[in-house]
Design a protein around this ligand. Structure first.
Ligand code: S3P
Length: 440
């Protein structure tokens, strides 16, 4: 499937984006492990999160779809999951597989896990290592570091205090999920704070957690009770619409009900540093059932200044870098992105992919080992580019095409279904016509 993208002069209106991917995965997994019923509204019905629902069903959890994005999960309790009868295919979803390995580390049965070509390339040692310390057996390709993997959990995982070498919410969450059944409290310390959706939701499900500082969390083992979860819109999906609204000449775009958990809003900090006119109207708050704040975000175009994106900001916007790179190419001055080597092990090597594909559109990006330098003041030229099977590359390139000179064809775009199935319809509604057409 390809996108054919025509340049547009105008984007206007209000829209919503589908539910947050990270929060949806967690709602399914905590719902499966809890005692009693969990009712989720706003669940992201995209391939990645549907993989997580299938996985818990394969482990004996009853999931009922009550309506669009509305699921009832009958929790099996911490000790009630059953050995899946077949290989669990996690598709493209890193969060599904890494969080699941955490759950399975505390389940005394064998599970076989695999994924698509991209996921089979991605590193799993980062979760396998701490979970092995906790007593899980994890074997498979690359000495247990690449899918397919087989996992056998410990009946009583050992409590650990673990310093993670990477700031990764997936690693942190895997350890916390295994820790629910451990023989004592587990502690995770990160080099920089990563998204804290697991901590927020674990508390809402009755877990005892301490967070002595923003980089450290301790979980006390114990049961969870099912809860009501309202999933906010995904800021990582909203990012593409916000960038479009900042670069299309005559634009005014509002995205409502976007999750603005401070561990996810690095993009908004960068937009402020670039002097982008963004208004934020809070719509939810700690009163929401999930404890995840929500806001309506409005953007209009303006001359932007280059900035430096590095350090603890990186984990707070890691998934937004493809969109940000497109924006940076239009700013005044050179934007530098550093400390972001993690981009090389996402759904694709996003540093190499951005340099390679944006070059086809006439936009130069200097590739660095841990990031990139993006000179501003550049114009996109319509071209034939490819997502390389990476959903966020597909959407970033489509947004670049909206302001290009001439038509852009983005190849290999079926991957957008993994996180933002309504991307094309939403953009076309804002454009008031078919800015993007889908060619099958
Ligand atoms: C996620 C964490 C991040 C992010 C991914 C979702 C999560 O990955 O890139 O899209 O839901 O925990 P890492 O934990 O590998 O940084």
């Amino acid at each position: 499937m390809n996108f054919r993208v025509r340049p547009v002069r105008r984007l206007a209106g209000e829209c919503e984006v589908p539910g947050d991917k990270s929060i949806s995965h967690r709602a399914a997994l905590l719902g499966a492990l809890a005692d009693g019923l969990t009712e989720v509204q706003g669940y992201l019905e995209a391939e990645d999160c549907l993989r997580t629902l299938t996985a818990i069903q394969m482990m004996g959890v009853e999931v009922t779809r009550k309506g669009p994005g509305h699921y009832r999960i009958a929790g099996a309790g911490l000790g009630g999951l059953v050995e899946p009868a077949d290989v669990v295919d996690c598709g493209n979803s890193g969060t599904t597989v890494r969080l699941l390995i955490g759950v399975l580390a505390g389940q005394p049965f064998w599970t076989l896990l695999t994924g698509d070509e991209s996921l089979r390339r991605r590193p799993m040692k980062r979760v396998a290592e701490p979970l092995t310390l906790m007593g899980a057996t994890i074997v498979g390709r690359s000495d247990g570091g690449r899918l397919p993997l087989a996992v056998r959990g410990a009946a009583l995982p050992r409590a650990i205090a673990y310093d993670t070498p990477v700031a990764s919410a997936q690693v942190k969450s895997a350890i916390l999920l295994a820790g629910l059944r451990a023989d004592g409290p587990v502690t995770v310390r990160e080099p920089a704070p990563s998204r804290d959706h697991s901590e927020v939701m674990l508390r809402a499900f009755g877990a005892r957690l301490e967070r002595p500082d923003t980089r450290t969390v301790t979980l006390h083992p114990g049961p969870l009770s099912g809860a009501a979860v309202q999933v906010p819109g995904d800021i990582s999906s909203a990012a593409f619409l916000l960038v479009a609204g900042l670069i299309v000449p005559d634009a005014r775009v509002t995205v409502r009900r976007v999750g603005v958990n401070p561990t996810r809003t690095g993009l908004l900090d960068v937009l402020a540093a670039m002097r982008a006119p963004v208004t934020t109207a809070l719509q939810g708050g700690p009163g929401e059932p999930t404890g995840e704040p929500m806001a309506a975000l409005t953007v209009t175009p303006a001359p932007l200044l280059a900035t430096t994106v590095a350090g603890p900001l990186i984990p707070r916007l890691i998934d937004e870098v493809p969109a940000l790179a497109v924006l940076a190419a239009t700013a005044r001055g050179t934007t530098e992105i550093r400390d972001a080597a993690e981009l090389r092990v996402k759904e694709s090597d996003r540093i190499a992919a951005l340099a390679r594909e944006l070059a086809k559109m006439g936009v130069g990006v200097e590739e660095r080992a841990d990031g990139m330098a993006i000179p501003g003041g550049q114009r996109f030229r319509g071209a034939r580019v490819t997502s390389g099977g990476d959903h966020r590359m597909a959407m970033a390139l489509a947004v670049a095409g909206l302001t290009a000179e001439g038509e852009t064809v983005v190849e290999d775009t079926a991957c957008v279904q993994t996180s933002f199935p309504t991307f094309v319809d939403t953009l076309n509604a804002l454009a008031g016509g078919p800015a993007i057409t889908v060619e099958r």
